[in-house]
Design a protein around this ligand. Structure first.
Ligand SMILES: *[C@@H]1O[C@H](CO)[C@@H](O)[C@H](O)[C@H]1NC(C)=O
Ligand SMILES: *[C@@H]1O[C@H](CO)[C@@H](O)[C@H](O)[C@H]1NC(C)=O
Length: 364
């Protein structure tokens, strides 16, 4: 009883502290155990689960990286995990938390990314978000941020919200990016059911200073831990869905309504202000300001003149050090062919995709 009360008090204090940072209400979703919603994807031996099944660590060592995937695909949803990134020397290491359907729709896949790019000792991890729709791999929509905390010492929540109306990326309780669907974006806005993926892999050829610093396995294994796993949304069969599928579509309509009415999907004035502050303080690259790449900004870009002046023509923050440009991710696009069910083939697919991404990055 007493111990319980102490624990409860400690929780309240933690919640208050967390709320004080952003001033926003905490994201409240029910966490799952791994088996409820996910399955190994590749590097089986490098996936370590806690006894209660609520925390999963993905290891990258000399032999392989590793990854997991949601057991279902979702037509819109909320995909979230608290993640602790590998510490110390992590150059060349990439941790990715993303949704994709590249396994099913090879040429017209959709994808929403959080990619964490490792660094040499003493330099911070950088976070990249990206959006692809209907195979728009030639139109990367990368943004990069530094984080206002050390992501290697504690768990922080990273979430992807995807509805028919908008995509939002959250870091803890703060939305850091919102992409509203508009007619002008056309098929570039993700529209088909996607799976959730979490991976750690060797991206020596591009991740850190364009490949100058490679993964150094003397500092391995590199461990990324995931907990507070949450998945909300409508489970959907992508083939039936795209074919225009009847009862399933109808049942997704109810889920969609619930999702859009949920706290995470409602963009309050307070959340918008917090998002603006986060971006002012932490965004170091935006494709919307990269006029070398996109002389005419892509249609969803909300070019704010006062903000634009802080960025160079390359899209990088004018006065920041150590900033690198984006890459064109081909991981999702190259992620092999049909059959999300074919988990057995997943390992070789993921390896091939990683190799393809490396090759493409090496060409840049
Ligand atoms: C979180 O959600 C659960 C279930 O929906 C609810 O019972 C609980 O009161 C919520 N907690 C907070 C802090 O809002
Ligand atoms: C998606 O791309 C295919 C061709 O790859 C095209 O036929 C289709 O119309 C596109 N869909 C949308 C919604 O733009």
């Amino acid at each position: 009883m007493a111990a319980g009360a102490v624990a409860a008090t400690a929780l309240l204090v933690l919640a208050a502290a967390a709320a004080a940072v952003s001033g926003l209400p905490a994201i409240n979703v029910t966490a799952m155990v791994f088996e409820e919603g996910y399955a190994p994807l590749f590097g089986q031996d490098n996936i370590l689960r806690s006894a209660d099944g609520r925390t999963v660590s993905l290891l990258l060592d000399r032999s392989t990286g590793s990854g997991f995937i949601s057991s279902s695909m979702y037509q819109h949803g909320f995909f979230s995990a608290s993640i602790k990134l590998p510490s110390d020397y992590t150059a060349g290491v990439v941790v990715a938390f993303y949704t994709s359907n590249g396994d099913v729709f090879e040429k017209r896949h959709d994808e929403l990314d959080f990619e964490f790019l490792g660094n040499i000792r003493g330099k911070p991890w950088r976070v990249q978000t990206n959006v692809y729709g209907n195979g728009s791999v030639s139109r990367g929509r990368e943004e990069r941020y530094v984080l206002p905390f050390d992501p290697t010492t504690e768990f922080h929540r990273y979430s992807i919200l995807w509805t028919a109306a908008a995509v939002a990326f959250y870091v803890d309780d703060v939305p850091v990016r919102e992409v509203r669907r508009s007619a002008s974006m056309g098929g570039d806005f993700p529209s088909k059911p996607m799976s959730l993926y979490a991976t750690v892999w060797d991206a020596s050829t591009w991740a850190t200073s364009g490949g100058r610093y490679r993964v150094n396995y003397r500092y391995g294994p590199f461990v990324a831990s995931f907990t507070d796993l949450a998945l909300l949304g409508c489970r959907a069969d992508p083939i039936r869905m795209v074919a225009g599928g009847g009862p399933q579509q109808a049942s997704c309509a109810a889920d969609e309504e619930a999702l859009r009415a949920s706290d995470v999907a409602v963009m309050t004035v307070e959340k918008q202000q917090a998002m603006r502050r986060f971006r002012e303080q932490n965004m170091v690259y935006s494709y919307c300001y990269d006029t070398l790449r996109y002389p005419v900004a892509l249609p969803e870009c909300d070019v704010v003149e006062s903000e634009r002046r802080r960025f160079k023509d390359s899209g990088h923050l004018r006065f920041a050090l150590r900033r690198r440009g984006p890459r064109r991710s081909s991981r999702g696009a190259a992620a092999g062919r049909a059959a999300a069910a074919a988990r057995a083939a997943a390992a070789s697919r993921a390896t091939a995709a990683a190799a393809a991404a490396k090759k493409q990055a090496a060409d840049m």
